[in-house]
Design a protein around this ligand. Structure first.
Ligand SMILES: Nc1ncnc2c1ncn2[C@@H]1O[C@H](COP(=O)(O)OP(=O)(O)OP(=O)(O)O)[C@@H](O)[C@H]1O
Ligand SMILES: [Mg+2]
Length: 244
């Protein structure tokens, strides 16, 4: 069984086709990088997996649970970092995180150790009682990542998770993701930061106009694009997208 299965997914917004037959599978413990130009369909894919949008056709499963028909089961497996931060400005950081936990039916006691840990490693311990509205953009992003991690997810879905993070926080983020993957957590990251994707991800899929056009390890993708082993993912990406 795959941790994430997406088969022949279609999704339109009015007459805009966002997904046109997207298929991909992510294995247990993989860190999968979903990359592609603006408007390629990355966020749409993640929103469907996170149960926020219904596909027009095709299916998506998390740990074998269909995200539409077995929505609650599927959602109980995931941690999700949305592309656009929607947060309650008048809650403190701690209240916001407790609220997220409560939505999942988790108690304060259950998440407290993890909450302490992530606030500490992200340098947010002193912000615990500050209102969300008082945080900088990068701090909000770290709270959103913390919210996805404290619920003890089996599958992490993250849409441009490092947006606005300073270099130290990016480093911490990558280390934490690696640790979770080593413990069997499956990670799907959408990002334009190709250096990060190249270093962090065990497999990469390139999405273009709502379809997966290339998929494989970094080495495999370079071979497919007939690029030298020394070339960067950015060079390979540009070559593949320009050829379409
Ligand atoms: N709520 C919406 N209403 C109408 N069209 C939408 C909506 N959301 C996305 N789209 C369209 O669907 C397509 C895919 O968008 P999506 O947000 O999935 O792309 P993306 O790969 O995440 O892009 P980016 O790299 O800019 O984040 C685009 O053509 C976009 O304009
Ligand atoms: Mg997006």
């Amino acid at each position: 069984m795959h941790a994430i299965e997406v088969l022949n997914l279609y999704k339109s917004y009015g007459d805009v086709k966002a997904l046109s037959g997207l298929s991909l599978n992510v294995r247990l413990g993989e860190i999968y990088g979903l990359i592609g130009p603006n408007g390629a369909g990355k966020t749409t894919t993640l929103k469907i997996l996170a149960g926020l949008l219904r596909p027009d056709k095709g299916f998506a499963r998390i740990y074998g649970y269909d995200v539409v028909r077995q929505r609650v089961k599927a959602l109980s497996m995931i941690g999700y970092v949305p592309e656009n931060p929607v947060v309650f400005q008048n809650l403190s950081v701690e209240e916001f995180l407790y609220f997220i936990a409560a939505l999942r039916g988790l108690s304060k006691g259950y998440i407290n150790d993890r909450l302490d840990y992530y606030l500490e490693v992200f340098g947010l311990a002193s912000k615990r009682d500050k209102l969300m509205s008082e945080l900088s953009r990068g701090m909000v992003q770290k709270v959103l990542v913390t919210a996805a991690l404290i619920v003890d997810p089996k599958v992490l879905l993250m849409d441009e998770p490092m947006a606005g993070m300073d270099p130290e926080s990016q480093h911490v983020f990558k280390e934490e993701v690696r640790k979770l993957a080593a413990r069997g957590v499956t990670v799907l990251i959408s990002s334009h930061l190709l250096d990060m994707v190249e270093k962090l991800c065990t497999r990469v899929g390139i999405i273009h106009q709502g379809r997966l056009v290339v998929e494989g390890t970094i080495t495999e993708i370079k071979r497919m694009a007939a690029e030298e082993p020394g070339s960067t993912l950015e060079e390979v990406f540009l070559k593949i997208i320009k050829s379409r």
